[in-house]
Design a protein around this ligand. Structure first.
Ligand SMILES: NC(=O)c1ccc[n+]([C@@H]2O[C@H](COP(=O)([O-])OP(=O)(O)OC[C@H]3O[C@@H](n4cnc5c(N)ncnc54)[C@H](O)[C@@H]3O)[C@@H](O)[C@H]2O)c1
Length: 441
């Protein structure tokens, strides 16, 4: 099949390289000319395991090309996947400016039958807007343009794997030919047993927001229980284990910590609440999920401040800046929210991340970035683990302690064993777990 992917970011580029890998002819279109130049030079603009290899493969076998010119990319394709950003507005609503622009640009270049596929996460009803925009832009060809929804469920850090072996593929459409086109596109995956769920378009749109809101709810739920554990002396690790062994609950997304971040959960919880509001349904649970997530950052901040007394003239080292391991994405990263809070209270903040330093530097230039964890921790009054990168589990903890000014360790992801850390001489504070002999520095 001939496919255009509009927007070559974290979702779009993964779609480009994986569609090419399973045999399609793909053109990636992006409004950002510099990004297209980078891709044409054969380089991935961001770090994601496996992407560079598939990019090399697609360019080498000629199935993958990139352009910033819609008129070079759209004519003749069977389907165009909209993968542009839908960032939050101040109100929490998703901004659909890029979706509208992309729709207009695509409509202007269509020259035959095509399915426009929403892959970006959009509010229920967006398909109607896309359809009306297309009809307005190209009334003479509107009957050849179908609109479908194919929400993306990939997880950054394992995006290629998730896309090539997803738990399910969701397609929403209201036209048999649109379903048929998407079935053919995904045939290389469905023929291996991956389920394809077909629904109407509004159901597909709502399902994506519902999934992200529900997963965020699990994280906020366990973080709220962690606050109760801290006040009662209970251990959130054991509580989560007990909960997780109930198959109705399941053990995933029950890790207490400094909360969720990234370009999906925070904005999608807010956007879903706004969708509910626009449908005249009050869904305050969604606001609570976001509030508890903010509270998780505040809980870590208060532990740090409590341990150090005053933050002025104190040096706080953050280990991990990306919103999760195996990505350089720092959008809505808890580590940066914590950094802002600490800087605002007069602390000096140093940091190290295995992949995200350059991205973080753009967002928060006031952090002192280091090339390795020990350099970041040198003279620190406290080290805070913010992202559970695998390499942090291999840290030489005695060396880390030896370079610090005070041996205070706040484990924002509950990676280390409290007893072991205490035996090593750290004042060790984690999230929702009892702290052996905890006192500040
Ligand atoms: N990042 C994730 O893990 C993830 C997972 C599932 C769904 N989503 C959803 O997918 C969508 C895209 O997310 P992302 O993380 O890939 O965003 P991103 O910011 O990484 O990429 C968006 C890309 O779209 C381009 N763009 C913007 N306007 C354009 C236009 N008019 N024409 C062409 N290109 C344009 C930008 O230059 C950018 O390269 C969002 O709706 C997001 O909620 C993201």
């Amino acid at each position: 099949m001939r496919i255009a992917v509009v927007g070559t970011g974290h979702v779009g580029l993964i779609s480009c390289v994986t569609f090419a890998h399973i045999g399609h002819e793909v053109v990636g279109i992006d409004a950002n000319g510099a990004k297209i130049e980078t891709l044409r030079a054969g380089r991935s603009p961001f770090f994601e395991p496996g992407v560079q290899e598939l990019l090399d493969e697609g360019i080498a076998n000629g199935r993958l090309r990139f352009t910033s010119d819609y008129s070079e990319g759209i004519p003749g394709v069977d389907a165009a996947f909209i993968c542009v950003g839908t960032p939050p507005r101040a109100s929490g609503e998703a901004s659909l400016v890029a979706v509208e622009r992309a729709t207009r640009e695509m409509a202007a270049c269509v020259n035959g039958p095509i399915v426009l596929v929403e892959k970006s996460t959009v509010p229920a009803g967006t398909h109607d807007r896309v359809t009306r925009t297309v009809a307005h832009e190209r009334p003479e060809i509107a009957d050849q343009i179908r609109v479908a929804s194919n929400p993306e469920f990939l997880r950054e850090g394992r995006a290629v794997q998730d896309t090539l072996t997803p738990e399910r593929i969701l397609v929403g459409a209201d036209d048999p030919s649109a379903f048929e086109t998407l079935r053919r596109i995904y045939e290389p995956l469905t023929s291996k047993g991956i389920p394809l769920i077909e629904t109407d378009i509004a159901t597909a749109e709502i399902s994506k927001h519902a999934c992200n809101a529900f997963l965020s709810m699990k994280i906020s739920f366990i973080n709220a229980v962690a606050r109760m554990c801290e006040r009662s002396g209970a251990d959130i690790g054991s509580v989560a284990e007990v909960m997780g062994t109930d198959s109705r609950i399941g053990s995933s997304f029950l890790g207490a910590g400094i909360g969720y971040g990234g370009f999906c959960f925070p904005k999608d919880v807010d956007a879903f609440e706004r969708v509910a509001h626009s449908l005249s349904y009050s869904f305050p649970l969604l606001r609570e999920i976001a509030r508890i997530n903010d509270e998780a950052i505040e809980a870590a901040f208060l532990k740090i401040r409590d341990a150090l007394w005053n933050l002025d003239d104190k040096r706080v080292c953050l280990l991990g800046l990306a919103f999760k391991p195996n990505t350089d994405d720092v959008r809505f990263a808890p580590a940066l929210a914590l950094a802002d809070r600490l800087l605002g209270e007069g602390a000096t903040v140093s940091a190290f991340d295995p992949a995200a330093v350059e991205e973080a530097r753009r967002e928060q230039p006031r952090i002192e970035y280091a090339d390795d964890p020990y350099a970041a921790a040198t003279d620190a009054h406290v080290v805070v683990l913010c992202t559970e990168w695998a390499e942090f589990k291999e840290l030489d903890l005695d060396k880390l302690k030896s370079v610090m000014r005070y041996p205070v360790f706040v484990d924002g992801r509950n990676v280390f064993d409290p007893g072991d850390m205490t035996r090593r001489g750290f004042t060790y504070l984690s999230m929702g777990r009892p702290t052996p002999g905890a006192r500040g520095a």
